[in-house]
Design a protein around this ligand. Structure first.
Ligand SMILES: [Zn+2]
Length: 67
C-alpha cells in the first residue's frame, strides 16, 4: 500500500496464518476480521485500533476508544 516491494519470497504457510495480532494487554494471539479498523481481544476483551499493512498483515496501533 505504501509502495514498498516485498523482497521476501512468499511462503504459503505465512499466507494461511494471515492477519494475526498479539494483544498488548494479555499477549494472546487472535485474528481480527479482515480490514477491520479495530477489534476486541477474545482473551481479555481489550479493544485495539488496527493498521493493515496488506491483506494478510495487521498490527495493533494502539488502544481503541470505546464510545
Ligand atoms: Zn487480550
Amino acid at each position: 500500500m505504501l509502495g514498498e516491494e516485498d523482497t521476501q519470497p512468499k511462503e504459503r504457510s505465512r499466507e494461511e496464518r494471515d492477519a494475526e495480532v498479539r494483544c498488548l494487554g494479555c499477549l494472546g494471539h487472535f485474528r481480527p476480521p479482515s480490514g477491520a479498523d479495530h477489534a476486541d481481544c477474545p482473551h481479555c476483551g481489550a479493544s485495539w485500533r488496527l493498521t493493515w499493512l496488506d491483506a494478510h498483515s495487521v498490527k495493533i496501533r494502539g488502544p481503541w476508544k470505546k464510545s
